[in-house]
Design a protein around this ligand. Sequence first.
Ligand SMILES: Cc1cc2nc3c(=O)[nH]c(=O)nc-3n(C[C@H](O)[C@H](O)[C@H](O)COP(=O)(O)OP(=O)(O)OC[C@H]3O[C@@H](n4cnc5c(N)ncnc54)[C@H](O)[C@@H]3O)c2cc1C
Length: 469
Amino acid sequence: MWFATENFAEVAPVFVFDTNILKELQDKDDRRLSFIYKSLEEVDARLREAGSRLTVVYGDPMEWIPRLAAKFGAEEVITARDYEPYAVKRDASVHARLQKEGRSLTTVKDSVVLEQGEVLSKTGTAFRVYSPYARAWRNALVTKRDLIEYEPDFAKMASVQTLDAAFGSSATLAEWTLEKMGFTETDLWIAPGEFAGKARLEQFRRAIDAYEERRNIPDVDGTSILSPHFRFGTISIRSAVRFALERGSDGADKWLAELIWRDFYQDILANNPHVVAQSFDPAYRELDYPGREDHYLAWEQGQTGYPIIDAAMRMFNATGWMHNRLRMVVASFLTKDLLVDYRKGEAYFARKLLDFDLASNNGGWQWAASTGCDPQPYFRIFNPMSQSEKFDGEGNFIRKWCPELAGLTGKSIHAPWTATPMELRAAGIDLGETYPHPIVQHDVMRQKAIDLLAIARKEAKASKETAPT
Ligand SMILES: Cc1cc2nc3c(=O)[nH]c(=O)nc-3n(C[C@H](O)[C@H](O)[C@H](O)COP(=O)(O)OP(=O)(O)OC[C@H]3O[C@@H](n4cnc5c(N)ncnc54)[C@H](O)[C@@H]3O)c2cc1C
């Protein structure tokens, strides 16, 4: 909005509920819709205080944006640049249609700090590995200009009267309720809106210095939980980077490294849009995962018999949120212990995650599956029990989300099948009845996964060597 009010005398703020996206959503109670809706209410209220309002329509932006621009007599349409393949296509189409009428579309860098083309190797190529990317990213951030926050000038927003005259008085947020669009309001575990985003960043001030030590423990507030705000733009990524740099502690520097991962995955997606459908590493493109559907469903429902996996998936299903350590552990378990195609897990996360972001989700899944750029090496496979012992030592997280295991003490909370019959009886657990037996044996599956991935690599190498030149 700043760019628009800085460059034009009068601005009409518009939001399109994009039916191309909405029609793909499977859940009527999709939490993202409630988050977006409540955040838009806040924007609308701020605009109304200034005598303006948000214009809201529901439909295909490729048709609506040119139509609205014509009604308003706009010279230019301004939007934040989006690097996802659908958005790139959509914006190109909007631009072409606007141009036919002598208007144009200007996209502005907003959702990342440094974008495609701004962080390059010495030879001018895009990076494929995080560490050199991060070094170059830090070097590229020489001017703090990239971090300046500009406030839009609300006095330049078109008045309600002007907007009503151009678009009609019913193109409003109040008109396009969630119900009218086929969705229901949901309780949100993370407060939406810009004020809540700023408050959460402020709250994180207390935890940031200890970030390095606490960021891997799911049962404590060791991370910022800002990802939904970054995703929906209710906090600016620039303000977060500035916050980390000003803090200057080791914890803040580690946190900055995570913000750089976010830019890195956006860069990977922008430069390699094929990762949406295919593995980044060509070695795995022909890999046929042998995993079973019933195993996949047990994973999805938190019924694998591995407490840390089940607790993580149950929390995820209940809230739309999962801690980063647990995302890595459940993704590794699905792809390496159950040998299920990472794209199935990626799709489930895309359906349920409140902070779903195509670039980070795809990057995270391909990292865990060892198919991505700079991934977990294929032979290094998380052991769910030792991950659980290391990061949920007392089993507090497990007890919260798998209450049927709460009576277990010591190490058996991480592996109930290792408890003696007496211990199980004392804890009120009947394995196979009150809590499942493990659906696979980790040691066996670990070896199978290594073999599967090693064969895929060998075959890919052989077919490359025998391919006609
Ligand atoms: C399988 C898998 C799927 C993931 N899917 C998503 C997703 O859809 N959306 C998403 O925002 N993150 C995703 N991540 C990354 C990470 O789990 C979340 O960003 C993080 O858990 C958000 O919590 P936070 O805000 O408390 O993070 P903090 O630890 O406070 O980190 C601050 C910010 O840095 C960024 N960040 C942190 N870790 C990563 C990372 N590994 N990759 C990219 N950015 C990172 C996020 O924007 C995050 O909000 C995924 C990771 C994995 C392993």
